[in-house]
Design a protein around this ligand. Structure first.
Ligand code: PLP
Length: 400
């Protein structure tokens, strides 16, 4: 096998594309009895699987209420509304757009605060500095599955009498100081879409110990109708169908093994990629476990010899699928940039947006694939000068 990387004309390390995610799903046989029961009962929504799934999730998260909804986004919208938030909400910009879109749908103004470069999570000091007289809440993200600074953020929220919400889209499988993330703050909203560890096809869970909020989310997911057809407030349809709840229930049974395997995969990545200069890994605080919904590294171009984008192109040539989450960060999105003050300074967010690269990780990934991806990195780094020249001359040709 050639020692040159594919971007310089050698054969790619992988013949077929290695996708960034590979959903881990139950077998058709495991699903069969439940599917038959749903169809023969005629209850394709609001049936026994929804209830069983919600109860199982509440027990797993050690939380009083787990309310299933149609997505994390609708869960966030209903949570923001149900907690009665008003005015400004402090939120990271280094996040997926839905953290912020749900705020705007709920009539709130996002105020962007910086993250910590190592953990990539909302920095409690930056969040506190961003509080305005109109702030009603802080929204933090367990980013890429790495538990947020739960206690420090709660202290900030308490000091300023603010609500604290976690966008826990990546949170299933994450552990904060010995306990699954989920019972912290006022609420956690999870995603169950196919890129996550716990999959319901599409779907979300709002986890909370707050009885009033749980009621509001339950009513809110039914248009605001508490049952008497006199809308208590303007809700939406955010129900989770029975098939999705059934899939979610089976997926929950494999969550722990998936989270453990991902942590082993990441240990192997650390061991191998750690041999190369200029690559850094997300910092996970002592006592916490990352779910590794995503495995994201940062590339210091000077030390590695290529920029993040050049490395991504070289990996694409090797048939390795990657993502540049979150570039651009939300405060520079067309829909949200007007919320960012002209002098807004988010240095860690900007640096992460330029340097972060998410690599393939999934719950049943073989060591061999990880080792080959790392071998692709090694080759690319070894030829970094030629790779950079080739890419620069290509882009010069395109520009000419
Ligand atoms: C941080 C974050 N928040 C919210 C969402 C939205 O989740 P959903 O697709 O379930 O609405 C995602 C999606 O991946 C996400 O990454």
């Amino acid at each position: 096998m050639s020692n040159k990387p594919a971007i310089l004309g050698a054969s790619p390390i992988f013949e077929n594309k290695v996708f960034i995610v590979k959903p881990s799903l139950p077998s058709p046989q495991e699903m069969e009895a439940g599917v038959q029961e749903i169809i023969s009962s005629g209850m394709v929504t609001k049936g026994k699987y929804l209830k069983a799934f919600e109860e199982a999730v509440a027990e797993h998260l050690q939380v009083k209420h787990a309310v299933a909804v149609s997505s994390c986004t609708t869960g966030l919208m209903l949570t923001y509304q149900g907690l009665g938030l008003t005015g400004d909400v402090v939120v990271p910009s280094f996040t997926f757009m839905a953290t912020v879109s749900a705020l705007v749908w709920a009539g709130l103004r996002p105020v962007f605060a910086d993250v910590d470069f190592g953990t990539t999570n909302l920095d409690p000091a930056a969040a506190e500095a961003a509080i305005t007289p109109n702030t009603s809440a802080i929204v933090a993200v367990h980013n890429f599955g790495n538990p947020a600074e739960v206690d420090a953020l709660q202290e900030v929220a308490n000091r300023h009498n603010l609500k604290l919400i976690f966008d826990a889209a990546h949170g299933f499988g994450a552990i904060y100081q010995g306990k699954p993330v989920g019972s912290h703050g006022d609420a956690n909203s999870y995603s169950l879409s196919p890129t996550k560890l716990l999959i319901a096809g599409e779907g979300g869970i709002v986890a909370t110990n707050n009885d009033d909020l749980a009621d509001k989310v339950r009513i809110g997911r039914e248009y605001g109708n508490s049952g008497n057809y006199d809308s208590a407030f303007a809700g939406i349809n955010a129900r989770m169908p029975e098939f999705n709840a059934l899939l979610g229930w089976h997926s929950l049974q494999r969550l722990e093994s998936g989270a453990r395997r991902r942590n082993e995969v990441v240990d192997l990545y650390h061991q191998e990629l750690g041999k190369l200069p200029g690559i850094d890994f997300q910092v996970v605080r002592e006592g916490n476990r990352n779910s590794y919904k995503d495995f994201s590294i940062t590339i210091d171009a000077e030390a590695f010899g290529l920029t993040r984008d050049e490395l991504q192109q070289a990996l694409t040539a090797e048939n390795v699928d990657t993502r540049t989450y979150y570039d651009p960060p939300v405060h520079r999105h067309t829909a949200y940039k007007h919320y960012a003050a002209p002098d807004l300074d988010l240095p860690n967010t900007e640096k992460l947006a330029a340097q972060s690269l998410s690599l393939p990780v999934w719950s049943k990934m073989d060591d061999e694939i990880v080792l080959q991806i790392c071998e692709a990195f090694r080759k690319i780094h070894e030829h970094c000068v030629e790779v950079a020249e080739a890419l620069q001359s290509n882009s010069a040709k395109v520009a000419a």
